[in-house]
Write a protein that binds this ligand. Structure first.
Ligand code: FES
Ligand code: FES
Length: 153
């Protein structure tokens, strides 16, 4: 039996503990914001937070998150108040097809906790999520805007 918290809600799982967390979140918890891209930890479409750290849920078995707190894009805002990264994404109009974007936002939100005022180099080094639509230019601008919003600017 695996016990975990998902977006603040306590849950139990008694199925196959080797199942990727990605499937658990999409199929059992019904959270479809997290996406399947490559399935081999390369693209980042499946990024969620485990205890505040960005991880790729396609290669993380449910067994590995026993006792952990998971946050998905659905749980990132504070009620009706958007997270600064979500707000910046809207203001910079980052998304194109949108498929990669929940993963991008979760990766950026975790990065800004560690690096509140990132340089372009920090962004390029830390953000390895792939966007097939090539939104990298707007994405980088939105990271700077989110950092500023987070600092109250
Ligand atoms: S689906 Fe997990 S990294 Fe691509
Ligand atoms: S917005 Fe289309 S893959 Fe990133």
């Amino acid at each position: 039996m695996v016990q975990l918290t998902v977006n603040g809600e306590s849950r139990e799982f008694s199925g196959d503990e080797e199942m990727p967390l990605l499937w658990y979140l999409r199929e059992d918890a019904g959270l479809k914001g997290v996406k399947f891209g490559c399935g081999i930890a390369q693209c980042g479409a499946c990024t969620v937070h485990i205890d505040g750290q960005a991880i790729r849920s396609c290669v993380t078995p449910v067994a590995a998150v026993d006792g952990a707190s998971i946050t998905t894009i659905e749980g990132l805002s504070d009620g009706e108040t958007l997270h600064p990264v979500q707000q910046a994404w809207i203001e910079e109009d980052v998304a194109q097809c949108g498929y990669c974007q929940a993963g991008q936002i979760m990766a950026v939100a975790a990065m800004l906790e560690e690096t509140p005022n990132p340089s372009d180099d920090d962004i390029d080094r830390n953000l390895t999520n792939i966007c097939r639509c090539g939104t990298y230019y707007r994405l980088r601008k939105a990271v700077h805007r989110a950092a500023s919003l987070k600092r109250g600017g």
